[in-house]
Design a protein around this ligand. Structure first.
Ligand SMILES: Nc1ncnc2c1ncn2[C@@H]1O[C@H](COP(=O)(O)OP(=O)(O)OP(=O)(O)O)[C@@H](O)[C@H]1O
Ligand SMILES: [Mg+2]
Length: 316
């Protein structure tokens, strides 16, 4: 089983939408549906660890008010609950009544494995909750149980920034996906964080994945709102030094923006750093890998490509 932390230096990076879509792509069970060219057929669990700003349920069509009386991750932590009971009885499988919209609108019914499960967090930022070191051990226990249950991948939708729960997610993960938007704040913070991880010799593999990216061929350097375009992004990320574990990943992407080498656009002038260049998504916080509407096809394909790359490079 591989644990994948979805991390971002700043909020609003598209992390949650990406987490849900990558999870859905990993759990795909039909070929040639939407962006799913070949079903990846993995057993997948997702934890919403964004305990102060929960939202991983949204792309699955779950309403926040439905979670009011649900035993969410903060309730589990607060009550120092039994990990086995929590894992077995308090996840939302796609057949759970709260996921009815997901099945209805996202054509997930026949295309997503039934054992995909989400452990949601209570969307109540005002509540008193403090993160303790012991949460890491409680979560680790849950992960051990999921491994025994034959899960292949667990995605942790963590907090943004270097905060306590984000640290819990990072400490438990094998792979970190770092999402960031093309703004100076996002890029600078992401590059600094990546550099720090490199210098600390962290032992997880990490990948930089920009979202809301201008399409390939758009050579604007700086947009009117101050966001850097693709050339400036590449210049910024070029400063990120080599990082352990990413060589293979990038090597498979080819040196140029060669979309024929692998079905993704991985930028590879700096070995071990991966930049995904075309993750643009217009509108909607939802799972789109099974049925992207016009304008979302590229993003849906990118989510699938990331999931597919994970299965190759970090097999469960
Ligand atoms: N690839 C994308 N391209 C364009 N817009 C996106 C993309 N991904 C997400 N968005 C939009 O950006 C907003 C933030 O997305 P999301 O909630 O996934 O980010 P987040 O990093 O999880 O934020 P938070 O810090 O609030 O948890 C949403 O309105 C979403 O529709
Ligand atoms: Mg989020």
């Amino acid at each position: 089983m591989k644990i994948i932390a979805c991390f971002s230096y700043k909020g609003g990076s598209g992390r949650t939408v990406a987490t849900a879509n990558i999870a859905a792509a990993l759990a795909s069970c039909q070929d040639n549906i939407g962006s799913i060219t070949k079903a990846l057929n993995r057993k997948v669990a997702i934890f919403d660890l964004d305990v102060f700003s929960a939202g991983t349920h949204k792309p699955f069509g779950v309403n926040s008010n439905q979670l009011e009386n649900h035993n969410c991750i903060q309730d589990f932590f607060d009550s120092e609950g039994d990990a086995k009971d929590y894992v077995m009885n308090h996840g939302l499988s796609i057949e759970h009544e709260f996921m009815a919209d997901f099945l209805k609108f996202d054509f997930a019914k026949d295309n997503c494995r039934k054992d995909l499960v989400l452990y949601p967090a209570k969307p109540d930022p005002g509540r008193g909750f403090s993160v303790g070191q012991f949460h890491r051990y409680m979560l680790a226990e849950c992960l051990d149980i999921l491994e025994l249950m034959g899960y292949d991948y667990v995605l942790l939708d963590g907090e943004s920034g270097k905060r306590s729960m984000a640290d819990v997610a990072l400490a438990l993960s094998d792979v970190v996906l770092m999402f960031f938007r093309l703004t100076h704040q996002h890029v600078e913070g992401t590059v600094k964080t990546a550099t720090m991880w490199r210098d600390d010799a962290t032992d997880y593999n990490f990948y930089l994945i920009p979202t809301v990216v201008p399409l390939l061929g758009d050579n604007t350097n700086v947009y009117r709102d101050g966001s850097p375009g693709l050339p400036s992004l590449i210049a910024s990320v070029e400063q990120v030094p080599r990082l352990n574990g990413l060589t293979e990943f990038c090597a498979e992407g080819g040196d140029q923006h060669d979309s024929t080498a692998v079905p993704c656009y991985f930028w590879n002038s700096q070995p071990r750093i991966c930049v995904h260049e075309s993750l643009t998504l217009k509108g909607g916080e939802r799972v789109i890998v099974y049925d992207a509407v016009a304008g979302q096809e590229q993003a849906a394909k990118d989510y699938y490509d990331i999931a597919e790359a994970l299965t190759r490079l970090h097999p469960a």
